[in-house]
Design a protein around this ligand. Structure first.
Ligand code: SF4
Length: 1016
C-alpha cells in the first residue's frame, strides 16, 4: 500500500511521531519494530503514560517479524536449529567438504563458530551459495578460499534441509515467499520501524513485500551532517530502491535541552568550521589514573547525582566495549552502593561456572593435565581454596603427575569428573557435563563438593553464575542430541569445550528500572538520558578499529563486488557512535578517560575529547581545566565529602584526622550523619591502622614468653637474624610453606652434603682423603653415593635439578682431585664428620654456652692433626663464591667463628675455619680465617692451597675475631629472645632474593633471584 518515511536528526521528535501514528492505528492492531527489549519496555511505558493504556499495538524486535509474517501467512516452517545444532552442522559440513586452502584453519577450534557467523551474515545479505560462487569465480586473481567458503555454505544448507530443520535465514526466506504468494494474508495491519540505523537485505525485502499490502512507516535518523554520514545509505536505499516517500521531514528541536553546550554538540559535532559556544553546566570532563580509578571517579559523580535527587534510570554509562570494560565498572559502582545494571553479553567462560566447565572438559579428555583439574576446582565456588592449595603443591612438587593422581588424593572422588568419566559414550559425557553445569552453579548454595567444608555457608547468591549454569546446561543438553542430525557424528567433550567457548551470558537480565545502566553506544541510540557518562575514551578504544572477519577479509569483500557484504567505513561508524553519546543527555554529558594506567604509564586520551573541546569553551587551557576534574593515582582514598559508603568514609576520615578521635567526630558532625551511621563509621575508623604504622616489634605476651623461654639457638638462625630480623621472623617463625618444590639450591646443598658425609665416613681408599693413586676411585664412589642419595629423597629430581646436579658433580670431582694433591698432615676424623653439638637427642657434645642462652649447630667436617688436637673446620657451600675474613666481619657471618668456639669447648684447638666453595670454577680456593703461623713451612696448613690474601691472620687476631663473634652472637641472641624485630636489613640493603615485602610491607620491587644457600 505505502512505504512512508519519518526523517529527522537526533532530538527532532521522531519517537513522538511514531507514537502518534501507533496510537492513531490502534484499531488495526499495528506492529512496531524496535532494536532492543529496553526499547520495547520504553514504548510500552510511553503508550500508557497518560493514564490511558493503549490496547491493540504489538511491539517486537526485528527477529520476530519473520515469525509474525509466517504466522499470518500460515507458512510451513520446519523446527528451528538451536545454536549448538547449527555449530554441529557447520562441523559436519566442514568434514564433508574437500578443503585445500582452508584445511588447516578448519582443524583449529573456533572455525565452526566463525563459519556460522559468516553464513548468518550471507543469509541476511540474501547472498546464496550460488551467488557467492559466481562472485568468487568473477573475482580478479586467486579466489580459492572464497570458492571453498561457497562449498561449505552450500554443504551446510544441504545438511540443514536434509535434517528437516530451519534457521533464521530459511525462516525469513519462507516468510517472504509466503507473503509474495499471498500478499493479502497480512491484511492491513500497519508496520512501524523505529530506532534502526541500518537494515539488512532480508529486512529490506520483508519491508518491500509488506509495503505492497499495508502501511509501512520507517523512522530514519538522518540529516546532512558529518556525524550521521554513516546512515545516509539507508535513506537512499529506502527512497531509490523501495520507492519510499517522505511523510514527515522533522527538524532539530533545540528545546530538548536547556544546556546550550549540549544542543550545540548535537548539532555541530564533527562539522567543519563550526562555531564555539561558552562552557556551561552541560559538559564535564573526568581525568583519572588507572582503570579502577576511572570507574571510581565515575561512581563518585553518580553517587553525588543520586544524593542530589537524580533518578538512577536517567543516568547512563556508555562504554565502547561494555563486555570488556563493563564488569569492572559494574563491580566498582556496586561497591559504592549504586544500583547498576550492566547490559552486555559476557563470554560464558569468564564466569566461574563457565571456567570450571571448560577446565573439566579438558581434564576429562584424553591427555588432560592436572592443571586442568585444579582450574576446574579453583573455579568451583563450593570448594575450599585451602584444599586446592595442597593439591596444587603436590602437582608442583611432582607428587601428582596425572589427573588420576590428583583425583586419588581426594578423600571422596571428585564428583563432576567421576560423573563424566563414568558416562557410557561421547554424547553421554556431554550430557553429564550439562548436569555438572547446573550443579556447579547451585553447589555454593545447596550442595557441597567433597572439599567444600564450611565455605559454602553464607555464599551470596550470584545471579550471573546461576544464569551461566542454566545457559551452559541448555547448550550442552542440545549439543548432546546433535548426533541425531544427518551427517553429524556424536559430539564429544572437545565439541562441548568449543560450544562453551563460543557462548555468551547476559550480565544483567530483567527490568532495569531504578538502576544506572552500563551500555554500549548502540544501546542508547533509541533512548534518552538525563546524565550520560561516555567513559573509557582512550586512543585505540573509542574510536575503535573494528573487528576483522577471519574468513572473509576486507580486500576479499571488495573484490567479490557484492555491495551488501561491504563493511561500513569504520571511522564514520565511530563518529556516528560518539555522536549518539553526545546527543542523548539532556542535563549533562561527562567525558571520562584515563591519563595513565595503574602503574603510572601514560595513556593517551581519545581524539574525540578534543573534537568536543573545539566546540565548547574558549579553547584556552584555563577553560579546559575549569571543566575537568582530575583524580590521580594518589587519590586511592576518596575525600571525606566524596565517600559513598561507610567504609570509604571511615578511610577518608582516618586519612584526614589520623588517630584524633575528637577531630574524627568533628568531621562526621560536619556531614550531618545520623547517630547510627556515625557510630558505625567511628567503629570502622578504630579498626584502621595509622598510615605510618609499621610491623614489629613483637608485642603479644604469649609470643614474647615463648621466645624468652628459648635457651637453645642456632648459629644459622643467628646469621639469619643479623641479615634482617624481620626476614628471620617470617622465615624462621611464620615459616611460610612454598607451593612449588624446595628451591633448587637448598635441595642441591642437602644432597651434596649427604653424599660427601657418606664418602668420607667410608673412604674408598687406604687414606681418609683422596690420594693421587686412588682419586679416581673416590670420584666414582662419590658419583654412586650421589645417585643413591637422590633416589632416597622424597622430593624428586626435576630436569632442572638433574642439570644443576650434573654441573655440581663435575665440580666436586675437581675438588676431590685438588684435595688429592694436598700434602698437609691434617685428616678428617670420621667420627667428627657432620659433628653436631647441643642436640640433646643425639647424645653429642653440649651446646656452646653464651650466658642466658646456648648455641647448637652441626659442623660439616673437622680435620685434625695426627696424634694432636689442633683442628681446621670446614663448611661446604655449593655456591661459587664464599666470604673471606674481611667480608665475614662486614656481612655479620658468625658461623665459622662460633663453630670454632664450639670446637674449643669439645677440647680441640682450632687453627682456623674454611668455607669450601664447591660450586666454584677456576679458583676453588677455600675462604675464611686461619692462623698465619700454621701456613708457614711445617705448619699444619702447609701443603694445602695457600690462603687468599687477608684470610691468614695472627693467632691473637683469630682470638679477637672469636671474641667479637661471641659478643655479636650474645647481643643478637638477646634481641631475638625479646622479639625486638624490625625491618633492618644488613647495611640497609635488602638481599635480592628476599620476597617477603608483602609481609614486612617494605615498598620496593620484589626480589626475584633465587636464594643461594648451602642447604643447611
Ligand atoms: S624485604 Fe628487606 S626488610 Fe623486608 S624482610 Fe626482606 S630483608 Fe627484611
Amino acid at each position: 500500500m505505502s512505504l512512508e518515511l519519518i526523517v529527522g536528526p537526533p532530538n527532532s521528535g521522531r519517537a513522538g511521531e511514531v507514537l502518534r501514528r501507533l496510537r492513531a492505528a490502534l484499531e488495526r492492531e499495528p506492529l512496531l519494530i524496535v532494536p532492543t527489549g529496553d526499547d520495547i519496555a520504553r514504548f510500552e511505558r510511553d503508550l500508557c503514560a497518560d493514564g490511558n493504556p493503549a490496547v491493540g499495538a504489538t511491539i517486537r524486535t526485528f527477529s520476530s517479524l519473520s515469525d509474525e509474517i509466517a504466522a499470518a501467512t500460515a507458512a510451513r516452517i520446519p523446527p528451528r536449529l538451536s545454536q549448538p545444532q547449527r555449530l554441529a552442522l557447520m562441523r559436519a559440513a566442514t568434514a564433508a567438504t574437500r578443503l585445500r586452502v582452508l584445511a588447516r584453519s578448519a582443524r583449529s577450534p573456533g572455525f565452526a563458530t566463525a563459519l556460522d557467523t559468516l553464513v548468518a551474515e550471507l543469509q541476511a545479505a540474501l547472498v546464496s551459495p550460488a551467488d557467492l560462487r559466481a562472485a568468487a569465480a568473477a573475482m580478479p586473481g586467486e579466489a580459492a578460499q572464497e570458492l571453498e567458503l561457497a562449498e561449505l555454505y552450500e554443504a551446510y544448507e544441504r545438511l540443514r534441509d536434509g535434517a528437516g530443520r530451519s534457521d533464521s535465514g530459511s525462516v525469513a526466506a519462507a516468510a517472504a515467499a509466503a507473503l509474495r504468494q499471498d500478499p493479502g494474508s497480512w491484511g492491513n495491519r500497519p508496520v512501524l520501524i523505529y530506532g534502526f540505523d541500518d537494515l539488512t537485505e532480508v529486512q529490506l525485502e520483508l519491508l518491500r513485500l509488506l509495503a505492497a499490502t499495508c502501511e509501512v512507516t520507517v523512522a530514519v535518523n538522518y540529516a546532512d551532517r558529518k556525524a550521521l554520514a554513516a546512515r545516509a545509505a539507508l535513506l537512499l536505499r529506502l527512497r531509490d530502491e523501495l520507492g519510499a516517500t517522505t511523510a514527515e521531514d522533522l527538524h532539530f528541536d533545540r528545546g530538548y535541552t536547556a544546556r546550550k553546550s549540549l544542543a550545540h554538540l548535537d548539532r555541530e559535532l564533527f562539522e567543519p568550521a563550526a562555531e564555539r559556544v561558552p562552557a556551561d553546566e552541560g559538559l564535564r570532563l573526568l581525568e583519572s589514573a588507572g582503570e579502577r580509578g576511572e570507574a571510581e571517579s565515575v561512581g563518585l559523580e553518580i553517587a553525588r547525582l543520586l544524593a542530589a535527587g537524580v533518578e538512577p534510570d536517567g543516568i547512563v554509562v556508555a562504554l565502547r566495549r561494555p563486555a570488556v570494560d563493563g564488569p569492572l565498572f559494574a563491580s566498582v559502582l556496586r561497591g559504592q552502593g549504586i544500583p547498576v545494571a550492566l547490559q552486555a553479553e559476557l563470554p560464558l567462560v569468564e564466569t566461574a561456572v563457565g571456567r570450571s566447565l571448560l577446565a573439566i572438559c579438558r581434564a576429562a579428555a584424553p591427555g588432560g593435565e592436572p592443571a586442568d583439574l585444579l582450574a576446574h576446582l579453583r573455579a568451583d565456588p563450593s570448594v575450599a581454596p585451602g584444599a586446592i592449595d595442597w593439591l596444587e603443591r603436590a602437582v608442583l612438587r611432582g607428587e601428582a603427575e596425572s589427573v588420576a593422581d590428583v583425583a586419588e588424593r581426594w578423600e571422596t572422588p571428585p564428583r563432576h569428573l567421576t560423573r563424566i568419566l563414568e558416562a557410557p559414550g561421547p554424547a553421554a559425557r556431554v550430557a553429564a557435563l550439562a548436569v555438572s553445569a547446573r550443579r556447579l552453579a547451585e553447589a555454593a548454595h545447596r550442595e557441597r563438593a567433597p572439599l567444600a567444608g564450611e565455605r559454602s555457608a553464607g555464599v551470596p547468591l550470584d545471579a550471573i553464575e546461576l544464569r551461566a549454569g542454566v545457559a551452559a546446561a541448555e547448550l550442552l543438553e542440545e549439543l548432546a542430541l546433535v548426533g541425531g542430525l544427518p551427517g553429524c557424528p556424536e559430539p564429544d567433550l572437545a565439541d562441548g569445550a568449543e560450544a562453551l567457548e563460543a557462548a555468551g551470558v547476559r550480565a544483567w537480565q530483567g527490568s532495569v528500572e531504578g538502576r544506572v545502566r552500563i551500555v554500549s553506544p548502540y544501546r542508547v541510540r533509541a533512548g534518552r538520558a538525563t546524565h550520560l557518562f561516555c567513559a573509557g575514551l582512550q586512543e585505540g578504544v573509542f574510536p575503535g578499529r573494528g573487528a576483522i572477519d577471519p574468513l572473509l577479509g576486507e580486500a576479499a569483500r571488495a573484490d567479490l563486488g557484492i555491495p551488501a557484504l561491504r563493511r561500513r567505513e569504520q571511522a564514520e561508524e565511530e563518529r556516528y557512535l560518539f555522536h549518539v553519546c553526545a546527543s542523548r543527555p539532556v542535563e549533562r554529558l561527562y567525558l571520562s578517560w584515563r591519563s595513565s594506567d595503574e602503574d603510572g604509564h601514560p595513556a593517551p586520551r581519545s581524539p574525540f575529547v578534543d573534537e568536543v573541546l573545539d566546540l565548547v569553551g574558549d579553547g584556552s587551557d584555563a577553560a579546559e581545566e575549569a571543566m575537568t576534574q582530575v583524580r590521580g593515582l594518589a587519590r586511592s582514598v576518596p575525600a571525606v565529602r566524596e565517600a559513598s559508603t561507610a567504609r570509604a568514609l571511615a578511610r577518608a576520615i582516618t586519612l584526614t584526622a589520623g588517630p584524633d578521635a575528637e577531630r574524627r567526630r568533628e568531621l562526621l558532625g560536619a556531614l550531618g550523619t545520623d547517630l547510627a551511621t556515625s557510630g558505625d563509621v567511628m567503629a570502622l575508623c578504630d579498626g584502621i591502622p595509622a598510615a605510618d604504622s609499621l610491623p614489629g616489634p613483637l608485642r603479644n605476651p604469649a609470643v614474647l614468653a615463648e621466645l624468652g623461654s628459648r635457651r637453645l639457638l642456632s648459629a644459622n638462625s643467628l646469621e639469619g637474624w643479623i641479615e634482617c630480623s624481620y626476614r628471620w621472623f617470617v622465615n624462621h617463625e611464620l615459616t611460610p610453606q612454598r607451593l612449588e618444590p624446595e628451591p633448587d639450591p637448598l635441595w642441591l646443598g642437602g644432597v651434596v652434603h649427604d653424599a660427601l658425609e657418606r664418602l668420607y665416613s667410608e673412604p674408598p681408599g687406604a687414606d681418609s682423603i683422596p690420594r693421587p693413586a686412588d682419586v679416581q676411585r673416590w670420584q666414582e664412589r662419590f658419583d654412586e653415593l650421589l645417585g643413591a642419595v637422590v633416589a632416597e629423597r622424597d622430593s624428586p629430581a626435576t630436569p632442572d635439578r638433574r642439570l644443576a646436579l650434573e654441573r655440581l658433580r663435575v665440580q666436586v670431582r675437581a675438588f676431590l682431585a685438588t684435595e688429592a694433591q694436598g700434602t698437609s698432615r691434617l685428616r678428617p676424623r670420621p667420627d667428627l664428620l657432620e659433628q653436631s653439638f647441643g642436640f640433646e637427642e643425639e647424645d653429642g657434645p653440649a651446646a656452646l654456652d653464651l650466658g642466658d642462652f646456648a648455641l647448637r649447630g652441626r659442623i660439616d667436617r673437622i680435620d685434625i692433626e695426627p696424634d694432636g688436637n689442633r683442628a681446621l673446620l670446614r663448611d661446604y657451600k655449593i655456591s661459587k663464591k664464599v666470604p673471606g675474613a674481611a667480608q665475614m666481619s662486614k656481612e655479620g657471618k658468625l658461623q665459622l667463628q662460633l663453630y670454632m668456639l664450639a670446637a674449643e669447648a669439645m677440647g680441640l684447638e682450632p687453627i682456623g675455619g674454611y668455607y669450601q666453595p664447591l660450586g666454584a670454577y677456576g679458583d676453588r680456593r677455600p675462604r675464611g680465617i686461619v692462623r698465619k703461623d700454621e701456613c708457614s713451612e711445617d705448619g699444619l696448613l702447609d701443603g694445602l692451597e695457600p690462603p687468599v690474601r687477608g684470610d691468614a691472620i695472627d693467632p691473637e687476631a683469630l682470638d679477637e675475631a672469636l671474641d667479637e663473634a661471641r659478643g655479636l652472637a650474645i647481643a643478637n641472641g638477646s634481641r631475638m629472645r625479646t622479639g625486638d624485630i624490625d625491618r633492618d636489613p644488613l647495611e640497609g640493603s635488602c638481599p635480592k632474593y628476599c620476597t617477603f615485602q608483602a609481609i614486612c610491607r617494605l615498598e620496593r620491587a620484589i626480589g626475584l633471584e633465587p636464594e643461594t644457600e648451602n642447604g643447611e
